[in-house]
Design a protein around this ligand. Structure first.
Ligand SMILES: NC(=O)c1ccc[n+]([C@@H]2O[C@H](COP(=O)([O-])OP(=O)(O)OC[C@H]3O[C@@H](n4cnc5c(N)ncnc54)[C@H](OP(=O)(O)O)[C@@H]3O)[C@@H](O)[C@H]2O)c1
Length: 328
């Protein structure tokens, strides 16, 4: 067996089975598919050519995180296959293993991938047609002034570039309220070494990439537990609506899984997510439909400006005949 592809035995739910672990490495190159221009094609054992992207396969970056781990579980529950991108296989096994039951064994692969190492990423994506990025500089990095720059911006940008190069079909990025609108309390987050500024730059890199995208900006997630949704229903709004509000990590994970299952409903949308006791209980799909696509907003905006410009610059038309087609 190729030593690059390790399959450690682990004990889950008192049952022995193997959780597939793939070491993402750029040396796993397919002999037939060496370089095509600047692009490299790689092949992992048991997979087809990685260029064939499958939107039922979702790569989750940050799969050991609070949102990412819940997202992996929701995706698997919904029937999609997951490539869980992690920096530590041991951590992933203990976080994901305990709650992923053995019968979904073939739906989940754990992929060793550090997004600060760009050369690892494209092969880690494999045949994923969808990427969810839920990474973030952690509290451990609170004393590291470069943390948010390195992780929330550079590492995210590395993933966007690899996804673009790999011709991924849809990229879902988790950022935060307050990335492009100043307001309290969200803007206080910038005290963490300008984290919202770096997240805003990551959002821009994604939009500029030309990939189909969804950006999810959650409210505060520190306090709400998974039980939050029993008393607080999700509310979604277009970009730059909220500067405060809370939502649970589980609610965000459920939203991310819903997006992965309904890509067209969420294409080129920027969603802000909070949960409130006063919000009505509605399906996630219904909430998604109501958010305008940025493509449509951008297409409509210039037209509106032209109309306004015409109205401002054009001198009043003096006519002897009524302008209305209808006689007075
Ligand atoms: N907390 C809030 O109230 C709040 C509010 C709004 C938005 N957000 C944002 O929501 C996102 C998810 O939050 P969370 O609470 O789930 O964060 P989290 O628990 O800190 O998880 C962060 C994840 O990012 C991973 N990661 C960091 N650097 C990486 C790298 N170089 N390569 C690959 N993975 C890397 C971590 O991996 P390791 O396990 O290996 O460290 C971890 O899995 C973050 O962007 C956060 O800023 C948070």
């Amino acid at each position: 067996m190729d030593s690059r592809f390790v399959r450690p035995q682990i004990l889950l739910a008192r049952l022995h089975f193997e959780l597939p672990v793939v070491q993402a490495t750029s040396t796993a190159r397919d002999g037939d598919d060496t370089k095509t221009g600047t692009k490299k094609l790689f092949k992992l054992p048991g997979t087809l050519k990685l260029r064939k992207k499958d939107t039922t396969v979702v790569f989750v970056a940050g799969a050991t995180g609070n949102v990412g781990s819940r997202t992996v579980k929701e995706l698997v529950k919904s029937g999609l296959r997951v490539r869980a991108g992690v920096r530590s296989i041991d951590k992933a096994e203990s976080i994901l293993g305990v709650s992923i039951s053995y019968h979904v064994y073939d739906q989940l692969e754990i992929i060793d991938c550090d997004l600060e190492k760009p050369e690892e990423i494209e092969s880690a994506l494999g045949n994923s047609g969808v990427v969810i990025c839920a990474i973030g500089a952690s509290e451990k990095e609170v004393l590291d002034v470069t943390g948010p720059y390195r992780i929330d911006y550079e590492a995210t940008k590395n993933l966007i570039a690899a996804a673009k190069n790999a011709e991924v079909k849809h990229f879902i990025l988790v950022t935060s309220l307050g990335t492009t609108k100043f307001g309290l309390p969200a803007s206080v987050l910038n005290l963490f070494w300008g984290v919202l500024i770096w997240k805003a730059k990551a959002e821009k890199a994604l939009i500029d990439s030309g990939l189909a995208y969804t950006i999810v900006r959650p409210g505060g997630m520190e306090r709400p537990t998974d039980a939050f949704k029993e008393t607080h229903n999700l509310r979604l709004a277009p970009k730059d609506t909220f500067t405060g509000g809370q939502v649970s990590r589980l609610q965000v994970a459920e939203l991310l899984a819903c997006i992965a299952n309904n890509l067209e409903l969420a294409e080129d949308k920027i969603l802000e997510a909070i949960a409130e006791t006063s919000a009505p209980l509605r399906s996630l799909e219904d909430l998604l439909i109501e958010i305008p696509s940025q493509k449509k907003v951008e297409k409509d905006e210039p037209k509106k400006k032209v109309v306004e410009a015409i109205q401002v610059d054009t001198p009043p038309i003096i006519s002897s005949r009524p302008l209305s087609p209808y006689p007075r």
